[in-house]
Write a protein that binds this ligand. Structure first.
Ligand SMILES: Cc1cc2nc3c(=O)[nH]c(=O)nc-3n(C[C@H](O)[C@H](O)[C@H](O)COP(=O)(O)O)c2cc1C
Length: 179
């Protein structure tokens, strides 16, 4: 099984990193794992140029490697901190670049022959429930035109005032049941 992780946090060993690592422990050595961090990808934002409305593809070519990994994935794990009730800007830029698949779906095209299931981990420094709902919508909507079904999600809140605990890790590992 090929697992693609999209981790929207800029932090090494932050809460998203630690929770993703815990979830990845539920897979076997035979599974292929690729971890991509939008903060390290220098993603050109969508500027509504209209290319994908008129034809298949995108005028910007900086995400071809990403889409190649995406095409090979069976499972997608998305992790994101809440930043101002949303996902961090580089991750938002990534999801905006999925617009080409919205336009492809409008034309009746079905990209990514390999079906995928996805789960979502959201961390928040405070309560985070509004941000969680926003990010869930963004992820579900962005991936639905990419032959990907978001099957479960978990919010881990209050991270700025405490350490992650075993209940947090257990909640996230539980997501493996939905993949
Ligand atoms: C720019 C910025 C904006 C943030 N906005 C929110 C917010 O709106 N709500 C919230 O609960 N936490 C907010 N936080 C806190 C992060 O969601 C929290 O620290 C998160 O667990 C970080 O995850 P990470 O360690 O994986 O990077 C914000 C943090 C930053 C840096």
């Amino acid at each position: 099984m090929n697992i693609l992780v999209i981790n929207g946090s800029p932090r090494t060993l932050g809460s998203c990193d630690r929770l993703v690592s815990s979830l990845l422990q539920t897979f076997t050595k035979e599974d292929g794992i690729k971890i991509l961090k939008p903060f390290e990808m220098n993603i050109t934002p969508c500027n509504a140029c209209g290319y994908c409305k008129a034809a298949d593809g995108c005028s910007k070519k900086d995400m071809e490697d990403f889409f190649a990994y995406y095409g090979q994935a069976d499972v997608v794990i998305v992790a994101s901190p809440v930043y101002n009730y949303s996902m961090p800007a580089p991750m938002k830029a990534l999801f905006d670049r999925f617009q080409r698949y919205y336009e492809a779906a409008e034309r009746g095209e079905k990209p990514f022959t390999r079906p995928k299931t996805a789960v979502l981990i959201v961390t928040a420094g405070c309560d985070g429930r509004i941000g969680f709902e926003v990010i869930k919508k963004q992820v579900e909507g962005g991936l639905q035109n990419m032959n990907t079904k978001l099957t479960a999600s978990a919010l881990i809140s209050g991270t700025d005032g405490r350490q992650l605990n075993e209940a947090d890790y257990a909640k996230v590992r539980e997501l493996a049941r939905y993949l």
